[in-house]
Design a protein around this ligand. Sequence first.
Ligand code: 13P
Ligand code: SF4
Length: 368
Amino acid sequence: MNILELLKKDQDQQMPEEYKQLSVEEMENRVKEIKERMGTSLFIPGHHYQKDEVVQFSDSTGDSLQLAQVSAQNKDAKYIVFCGVHFMAETADILTSDEQVVILPDMRAGCSMADMANMDQTEQCWEVLMETFGDTILPLTYVNSTAAIKAFVGKNGGATVTSSNAQEMVKWAFTQKERILFLPDQHLGRNTAYDIGIPLDQMAVWNPISNKFEYEGDLNDVKVILWKGHCSVHENFTVANIKEVRETKPDMKIIVHPECSREVVALSDDNGSTKYIIDTINNAPAGSKWAIGTEMNLVKRIIDQHPDKEIISLNQNMCPCLTMNRIDLPHLLWTLESLEQGKVVNQISVEEEIARDAVLALERMLQR
Ligand code: 13P
Ligand code: SF4
């Protein structure tokens, strides 16, 4: 493809300005009509962190694990318009048939955590790990990672994990090998390993920028190697936020996502995946009081759905996940109207060789 064709292709992937001028009502009506016309040939999964304007049109709403499961199960839809972030759409593409087309309404909807581990860094890390520990390590990757990292993990006998099944998967990993490499979220890795009884001094951090371990003790004692990555949303919940809630609202319970730091999780009353947080609040008695440490679009929705409970965000200055927020009503409408005009925009297509190895890692998780 020459440069002019490339520029033209890039323009085709950009939403035309006119969509920004439409009223919400107009856009909602047009999306509704297209959904009716397309019927089961269209499937719209929506992550819990998406905006309400998008979630209202989701055929299935869930966390990363649930959306991977429903995408894998859907055999009818020709088009899967994924309202979430890039790694989720890649996962859907890997788990669906070659005939099914996966679309991400805005290609800028990435994930800063997934971007914290690339293949060069991972291969360099693996080389050092093999030299240091020999063949004693199983790699596990949070689904919040690129398809290439999932493929690397699949090729090396490992599996993907989500926040909903991290404990089960880490326990499984230790039935396979003596040690694990957990990437790319150090916090989920640390919190999960700690919860199953691994002491913090048996966890080393691998810094992919300096290409070095961050560990004071004897490396022979290490059971878990944590990739030094994090979620830029969940890292914004701090010990100071917890102290403030404890001081100002002492009867309030604090529940956080395990992508928060160890210190924050340790000082909270409860922690768990997105689904766990939703279920806990759903099952809590009327009148109960909660400070929630997770993504803001979801916290706002939980607050709206529970007028009988007092609920706040653990961090009062918290913003939604910026990349999740890239998916909005204009982009959803534009992708759907393009489909009706016979044009597929923003298709997510994972290379065959990568998909073949990545599916091994995903299936080891989904089969459990
Ligand atoms: P879960 O959907 O697995 O809870 O992950 C949270 C998240 O940060 C998604 O990007
Ligand atoms: Fe990535 Fe965190 Fe946003 Fe999830 S909430 S998409 S992990 S940056």
